[in-house]
Design a binder for this molecule. Structure first.
Ligand code: 5CA
Ligand code: ZN
Length: 418
């Protein structure tokens, strides 16, 4: 798949401090050691009802990470998937009478235009689940050969042959269930049932074992699975394989929203460890959930604020981005319209101040922005540093100062001052 056009990222004189990120597996802030290059995988959309502010918040957060790495002079390899065949997508297509492929394509296109408007840097590898099926089939066949996967008989009139991952047999020095999420078993069972798993299904070796290959059902799309029979892939194996195909070696960061901590990232890591004998990622980083009116914003609840709707209503994408940055990426928060008003006022104040800042003041605020971002991407603190700078008494216009602040806001925060 193609991604979207890349914005230009200015270079800013100076270097950022050592980056610290909160790693879900470590359960604390850790220094991210990357030299010369860094790689990032962020779980992409399931393309129906994109792009809501929760999605946008997640991709903007990882965009800050990429911009930190670029500022440190690293080459960044970025991968993002599209879950372009999945139960919720098929259900939505059915319910609306739209062909599922058309629904997916139109939503991916809308997502691209939203990401471009928000100045989110595109991945170099933008990969659909459907286009990865041949590799997934290879991987599932290999797991079956090595007895790390097994076939389950049909239940409730369903066909035989769905393939599951044998969690317990796959545990090793490299990967153990719970390494990433650290959730207790009862919580794992509950989340598995809520998030696409089927802990109640008879015939499984362990209730948590996730699906690798679903054999064809009538009325569902299916692909050639060779010895597996026609069918379609399970969810976690898609991201595991897309990461392995796109980037050599362990990822520096595997990212997504906190709703992916379990089971998705736990088992994506389990599949990679079983297939390749190495960790999926050095660090697992998760964004908080954005909600509306007291509930998580989600396609299934339908309580969405869409980036495209805000844009159509005339809201400047820089204002949307600044509103997102005003909340820390790891916190859960609720969207209210007044966040946009506050963001617009800030942008105007920073823009005016850029024309009346001394070079020394500009250098000092850029250092403060870098320090805030290096500390677990603390964008709210970076924005407050800009507010404090903007509140100082105006000085004579200085071209170099104006350019420095404008370039830094663009390069580090992805915000072009008006
Ligand atoms: N296709 C899968 C990942 S492989 C998926 O979760 N798709 S999604 O469309 O539901 O979400 C896309 C990304 O946005 C994921 O990283 C998800 O964790 C994140 N996300 C979804 N809802 C929210 C929300 N309300 N707030 C913040 N992030 C969210
Ligand atoms: Zn994923």
């Amino acid at each position: 798949m193609h991604a979207w056009p890349a914005p230009v990222v200015p270079t800013v004189p100076g270097t950022p401090p050592q980056l610290q990120l909160h790693d879900t597996a470590a359960g604390k802030l850790v220094p991210v050691q990357a030299h010369v290059r860094a790689s990032l995988y962020v779980c992409g959309i399931t393309p129906y009802d994109a792009t809501h502010l929760g999605h946008a918040n997640t991709y903007v957060a990882f965009d800050l990470l990429q911009r930190q790495w670029l500022d440190a002079g690293l080459a960044v390899e970025y991968v993002q998937n599209v879950t372009d065949v999945d139960d919720p997508l098929l259900e939505r297509a059915d319910a609306t009478g739209v062909d599922w492929r058309q629904l997916a394509e139109s939503q991916v296109q809308l997502f691209r235009t939203d990401m471009e408007a928000l100045r989110v840097l595109p991945p170099q590898h933008y990969v659909g689940a459907v286009e990865s099926i041949p590799w997934i089939v290879d991987a599932v066949e290999e797991l079956l050969r090595r007895d790390l996967a097994y076939r389950v008989p049909g239940t409730a009139g369903g066909p035989d042959g769905d393939v599951y991952f044998d969690t317990r047999a796959s545990e090793s020095e490299v990967w153990r269930l719970g390494d990433e999420s650290h959730y207790p078993l009862a919580q794992m069972l509950e989340l598995s049932a809520q998030r696409g798993g089927d802990p109640e299904r008879p015939g499984k070796r362990d209730p948590l074992d996730p699906l690798l290959w679903r054999v064809e059902r009538e009325g569902e799309p299916a692909w050639d699975g060779r010895t597996l029979g026609a069918g379609r892939p399970g969810w976690h194996i898609e991201c595991s394989l897309i990461a392995a195909q796109s980037v050599q070696g362990t990822l520096t960061v595997q990212g997504g929203g906190s709703d992916l901590i379990f089971p998705h990232h736990e088992f994506s890591a389990g599949h990679t460890a079983a297939l390749l004998g190495r960790p999926l990622a050095e660090h697992f980083v998760h964004t908080g959930m954005v909600g509306l009116d007291g509930e998580k914003m989600s396609k299934s609840l339908g309580n969405l604020v869409l980036v495209s709707k805000l844009r159509a209503a005339g809201v400047d994408p820089a204002v949307i981005r600044t509103a997102l940055l005003s909340q820390h990426y790891r916190s859960d928060w609720f969207y209210v319209d007044t966040l946009l008003d506050a963001a617009a006022a800030r942008l105007a104040a920073w823009s005016a101040r850029a024309e009346t800042s001394t070079l020394a003041e500009a250098e000092s605020v850029v250092a403060a922005v870098r320090a805030a971002l290096a500390n677990d991407l603390d964008a709210p603190a970076a924005l407050e540093a800009l507010d404090a700078w903007a509140a100082q008494a105006p000085a004579e216009h200085d071209d170099a100062a104006a350019r420095l602040v404008r370039d830094a806001a663009d390069a580090l925060l992805g915000v072009r001052l008006p």
